[in-house]
Design a protein around this ligand. Sequence first.
Ligand code: LLP
Length: 412
Amino acid sequence: MHHFKMKNGTLFAEDVNVKELARQYGTPLYVYSTATLTRHFQAFDSAFNAVEHLTCYSVKANSNLAVLRLLAGLGAGMDIVSGGELYRALLAGVPAERIVYSGVGKKPAEIAQALSAGILMFNVESVQELVRINEVAQQLGKTARVSFRINPDVDPKTHPYISTGMKKNKFGLSIDSALDAYAMARDLPGIDPVGMDCHIGSQLTTIEPFLEALDKLLAFYEKLKAMNLNIRYLDLGGGLGIPYDEEEPPHPKEFGAALTKAIDGLPLKIVLEPGRVIVGNAGILVTEVLYTKQTATKTFVIVDAAMNDLIRPSLYGSFHRIEEVTPQGRAALDVDVVGPICESGDFLAKDRQLPEVRQGELLAVYSAGAYGFTMSSNYNTRTRAAEILVDGDKAIVARRRETYESLVANEI
Ligand code: LLP
């Protein structure tokens, strides 16, 4: 469910005319919907109401401060993976005690930054990292709350680049090695082992891999209890998929019901790290048709958004629905929608049936709210897009379009 709808033959984001936004702010343009963000967060969070829980939105999916501030206001905690994301989360008003910090390569300065802020816990991914967190904590006279990220060796059946919980992945500790790590953590003066964590992948469209991982974690929990460890948190990560095309991922309600059933009655606070399911379908990328071009074998629609704006099609072969902002009712053609970048891998859609479109018309690329702007770059010295947050009939510029001056500002 989202709030991008046709009204009188033109696309609206809530009550704001998308064509007007494009005219006012230019293209390419990211547009996010407050009502959709709110609805998605509440649907997800309330799905876990049967158990004590904390929903830590995964900042990497969309880290715009306006989005973070909105979610923080709804009671969200945050899942971060860098000092930069910590900085953003705090700036957006997220209480530090609602922040969890994952990632395989935390630097000492980032660890110190998180300890000084007083985050809820580190999701630790190696023994060397544990040792380092202990050292930094002792230097600062603090105790670091930690969970170990367990790699349960479960196949999430998603794109290989975004599978994270299999033996061959760089993430977490195997169940076999985690027991020793907990024993070590228990004896380190700067460490308080408080939880268990796992995140098996992203864009999962079935519940089974989550349940399989959870089963393994719960069996492991029994072993930890036998070691007299006082484990209070169980972080199940993120990963719930969204419909981009024909996928039918479980509704958050169904997802929540299945997981809470498995953990009901345990003295554990559940932490969740959803990203895509909150923001993915709450954002579109608006782009203008620059040229159309017919070659011997193809019809190309050349638009002003490129792989630097939305890299998912180029990087993962991902499908994003593309539609006209103001449908003209022309017959469909088989086209490639491509950007201005000098690479053949620069496309938003390949071999796509799209009504014939003409120069100057606008297209909306759907499901662009997650891993869209956050993965954008300045490749080809392109300024990154502006981001707009709509709320009812109001639109604010959540991020100004970059300028040529801002692009070279750090170069000496
Ligand atoms: N927690 C951890 C530790 C993660 O690594 C991730 C995502 C999440 C939570 C949030 O996962 P989500 O609920 O969004 O699936 N760039 C890729 C996705 C990469 C996901 C990385 N980790 C894409 O565009 O599909």
